[in-house]
Write a protein of this length. Structure first.
Length: 158
């Protein structure tokens, strides 16, 4: 039996699949190609999920821009054609548009932060639509429409 390189008091029969150093279960990292020591594993995030500050700023800008446009359109369409089902379709369309616009603005990156930005901009879009020039309208079942819009936006960004 050999002693672990990082924990000399622990005996082990497990070796790193790359460098051959003895490793214990505490420092072992399971990778798709087998057990590795921490220095050989060097796991990093997939580039798709590495989102920096500039990407977040671009996502916020794109989300707010589209939420203003989507909110005005949402409010206008609700005053012309009011139907519960049509409102759900509008919400899903706004959620898809916001999610797609934010995704395109950050080069199709994904992540929880981007999903939060998409969700908040869908809510902003509804608020803008509810308080448009055509009058204030808030209905309790609009919450379901907003939830559907948020769900669609999150599915585009997560």
């Amino acid at each position: 039996m050999a002693q672990c390189r990082r924990h000399p008091k622990i005996e082990t029969n497990l070796y790193c699949g790359k460098c051959g150093d003895p490793i214990c279960p505490k420092c072992m990292i399971q990778t798709p190609v087998g057990a590795r020591c921490p220095s050989c594993a060097r796991l990093s995030r997939v580039p798709t999920y590495r989102v920096g500050k500039t990407y977040y700023l671009r996502a916020i800008g794109a989300g707010i821009g589209l939420s203003v446009f989507g909110g005005i359109a949402w409010g206008f369409l609700q005053t012309i054609i009011f139907s519960f089902y049509f409102n759900l379709i509008i919400a899903a369309g706004v959620g898809y548009g916001v999610g797609e616009c934010v995704s395109l603005s950050v080069n199709r990156k994904r992540g929880v932060g981007l999903a939060i930005i998409g969700s908040l901009t869908v809510v902003l879009s509804y608020v803008i639509g509810a308080f448009t020039l055509w009058g204030m309208h808030f209905r309790l079942f609009d919450i379901l429409a907003v939830i559907i819009g948020i769900f669609v936006s999150i599915s585009r960004l997560r």
